[in-house]
Each structure stands twice: as structure tokens, then as C-alpha cells.
Write a protein that binds this ligand. Structure first.
Ligand code: 18C
Length: 259
């Protein structure tokens, strides 16, 4: 009941930089980010979601949905990783300087506009999959954090999230080049759990676990054979989440913990 009352918009605004708040995108960013956090925090509910990948702590669920004959299956994944924080997780997902290190589907990535320290606009061209046309995407990305409703004590770490959502850019019209434009809405969210054993002493990486939720809806934008598309995402989503979390563990293992 508590969750339904939470004013996510207000919490997202409180975390945002002034430059983001002043930008024309802000009302949309606030709306989409709030909606994504709300739905990522919601459990799987009854029915509908089918488990299609299970690998240790990592679980991936999908709903089979088609729009105008195109597969747009929503994905919801949960994972748990020891030794990293939600903040660190979202840091490496958000900032462009790390993207080529972990994003296996990328051909090129360009920062179109750095609106603020917490909002960046990207144009990405992705690898082509035969026999479909190559895809590209234009989207804003916003990094935020909100208090953890499950753990309300003053000093408990915030939940961190990065949300990516498609946006039209006059400078990069869809289907202008040889790529077909895809449309995406994605959230990566991390909640840091601290072992009670760490109370009263210095925190070590062994004491922390990051509970991860990743949700994605990708509209392929144009023709792509359904069976190939479902086979591709079944391979790519788990590959991404495993590779990316391993990357964050590696990058942070000798750094001070950032809660
Ligand atoms: O969230 C992720 N990455 C973010 C930063 O890049 C960002 C980007 C998301 C776009 C992902 C969609 C890319 C599709 C392009 C085709 C796939 C190429 C595969 C290359 C294989 C070598 O938010 C992590 C993303 C994890 C990967 C998700 C794959 C989802 C596939 C969905 C299919 C949509 C396009 C279909 C193309 C036609 C295929 C027959």
C-alpha cells in the first residue's frame, strides 16, 4: 500500500541537477522515470510473465506481445550480485566512457547532447543481424536515485536507476541513413543490501549485495522475422546482464565502496 502512495516524481526531482530540471525534456523525463521505477519495483504479479532464462541468481521473464505484426516482448529481469552497490552499477551503465567496454551489440555510440551531469542524449548504431536491416536508436538517458522504501532508516543507501528512453531528434531523423530506427524504454535499477554483520565496523565489499532489476521494451521499428528476433534477445539479454555485472565487479573491486 505504501508504494502506491509514493510520489516518485517528487523524489526524482529532488535528486536531479538544475540543468536537467530546466531542460524542455524534463516533464517527459520525470514522467517516464517515475513510471519505470514504479513498474520495476512492482513484483511480477499474477500470470502473464513467463520465465525464459534462469542462471544462478539471474532470472529473466517476458511477455509475448506483438504490435502491427512486430515482436515487442517486454522483458523483466532480476539478478543479485555480491560486492557492488546500486550506485556503482548505474554509474557504469550511464556514463558513455565505459559503454564500448561492455555493450556487445554496439557498432557506434555518439553523445548528441550532454544536457547535464545526470542527463545525456545518445545516438547509437547497433550491429546488424542477418537477414534484417541494421538498427539505430536515439534516446535520452537519466541517472537518478530515490530513498529505499523497504529500508527507511536515515543512513540506508538510496536505490539507484538509469532510464533510457527514445526521443526524436531533428538532427537524426528516423530511417534517414541505412538503418531502421528502433524504439526503446529501458531501466536498470540497483538496491544495495548491507549485511547486518557489518554493523559498527568498516564496510567491506563482502558485506554488500546489489539487487538488480532490468526492464526493457524494444520495438524493432520495421520488419524483422519473429523467430530470429526472439532467438536474438534470448541470447543477448542474458549475455548483457552477465557481462555487464562482471564488468562492474572488476572495475570496482579495488575502489572504495560508493553507497
Ligand atoms: O540496455 C542495454 N544497453 C543500453 C546501452 O546501449 C541501451 C540500448 C539498448 C538497445 C538494445 C537494442 C539493440 C538491438 C540491436 C540489434 C541487436 C544486435 C545483436 C548483436 C549480436 C552480436 O539501453 C543492453 C542491451 C542488451 C541487448 C538487448 C538486445 C535486445 C534485442 C531486441 C531486438 C530489437 C532489434 C531487432 C533487430 C532485428 C533482429 C532480427
Amino acid at each position: 500500500a505504501q508504494t502506491t502512495q509514493t510520489n516518485w516524481g517528487e523524489l526524482i526531482r529532488a535528486a536531479a541537477t538544475n540543468a536537467s530540471l530546466k531542460h524542455t525534456y524534463w516533464p517527459e523525463i520525470e514522467r517516464v522515470v517515475a513510471e519505470q521505477i514504479r513498474s520495476a519495483r512492482m513484483g511480477l504479479g499474477k500470470g502473464a510473465w513467463q520465465l525464459f532464462v534462469e542462471d544462478g541468481e539471474m532470472k529473466m521473464y517476458r511477455r509475448e506481445v506483438e504490435e502491427d505484426g512486430l515482436v515487442v516482448d517486454p522483458l523483466k529481469a532480476t539478478h543479485q550480485v555480491k560486492g557492488i552497490t546500486g550506485r556503482e552499477l548505474c554509474h557504469y551503465f550511464f556514463y558513455p566512457e565505459y559503454r564500448y567496454d561492455w555493450e556487445g551489440t554496439l557498432e557506434t555510440m555518439n553523445v548528441v547532447d550532454k544536457i547535464a551531469e545526470d542527463t545525456i542524449v545518445f545516438h547509437q548504431i547497433h550491429k546488424r543481424i542477418w537477414p534484417a536491416a541494421q538498427r539505430d536508436a536515439t534516446f535520452w538517458s537519466h541517472l537518478t536515485h530515490v530513498p529505499d522504501e523497504d529500508n527507511k532508516s536515515e543512513d540506508s543507501p538510496h536505490i539507484w536507476a538509469t532510464v533510457n528512453s527514445s526521443v526524436e531528434l531533428p538532427s537524426h531523423p528516423p530511417n534517414g541513413g541505412k538503418q531502421v530506427r528502433i524504439y526503446l524504454t529501458i531501466i536498470l535499477m540497483g538496491q544495495t543490501i548491507i549485511s547486518p554483520a557489518a554493523k559498527g565496523r568498516e564496510l567491506k565489499r563482502d558485506d554488500i549485495t546489489c539487487k538488480i532489476t532490468y526492464c526493457a521494451v524494444v520495438n524493432p521499428g520495421g520488419w524483422a522475422p519473429s523467430s530470429v528476433l526472439r532467438a536474438v534477445y534470448k541470447r543477448e539479454y542474458p549475455k548483457f546482464l552477465k557481462r555487464f555485472t562482471a564488468y562492474v565487479i572488476e572495475k570496482t573491486k579495488n575502489l572504495p565502496i560508493k553507497l
